[in-house]
Design a protein. Structure first.
Length: 218
């Protein structure tokens, strides 16, 4: 068996200046990569860390890495983010590393924590409360995508008028797709105007939404 190694040494401090090139040839039948590294260490004084296949397998077995990672799935949409933060079961995406505003938030799926609302219960024109960018919003469903487990919603914002009976909301004219796991409750608000351009949510309903939002953040 012959093991041939070409080793080039450069100086990174001076534009990768070529210092010396070495050619090693081992023709002994017993030559192994480990023996080659030991010889190079004695010749050049360069330290190597040699890890054999058996040692790698021992680590895999010890840490149970095979079963740990066999269920790993890719997360759609994360390729566009340059910085990703994971907290409280949610994935926060930032377009560039220095951004302070979250570009999008995705919910980490967990078998032990089923969604508060299932997509089979959702229809176009349903009113929902959903979490987006760490805040809860009132929204109306425009589209339902069963394949992607997503819904397209239009957000509504609180109106300036408030009363003891509740808070009125008007359309914000902003839409986006969200995962079904981001919906924390379906609601049935009352119309606060004849044309239906304003809705009203009672104080009791808002208190319930607040409790569900706190539960969602855990």
């Amino acid at each position: 068996m012959e093991v041939v190694i070409y080793l080039t040494i450069i100086n990174p401090l001076y534009d990768n200046e070529l210092l010396q090139t070495f050619h090693y040839s081992y023709k002994e039948k017993s030559a192994r990569s480990e023996a080659v590294f030991v010889s190079l260490n004695a010749t050049m004084g360069i330290e190597y860390i040699f890890i054999s296949d058996s040692e790698i397998q021992e680590i895999i077995d010890e840490k149970d890495l095979t079963s740990r990672y066999e269920t790993i799935k890719t997360i759609a949409g994360t390729q566009q983010a340059h910085r990703i933060e994971i907290a409280s079961g949610k994935i926060h995406l930032y377009e560039v590393s220095r951004d302070t505003t979250v570009m999008a938030t995705k919910i980490m799926e967990s078998e032990g924590q089923p969604p508060l609302v299932i997509i089979d219960e959702c229809s176009v024109s349903d009113w929902v409360v959903c979490v987006y960018e760490k805040q809860w919003y009132v929204a109306i469903i425009d589209e339902v995508d069963l394949a992607e487990q997503e819904v397209k919603v239009t957000f509504w914002k609180p109106n300036t008028s408030k009363s003891k009976s509740g808070t009125s909301y008007i359309s914000e004219n902003a839409s986006c797709y969200i995962k079904i796991g981001q919906i924390i409750k379906k609601i049935f608000p009352s119309r606060a105007s004849r044309r239906g351009t304003t809705i009203n949510i009672s104080m009791e309903e808002q208190e319930e939404i607040g409790r569900l939002f706190q539960q969602f953040q855990r």
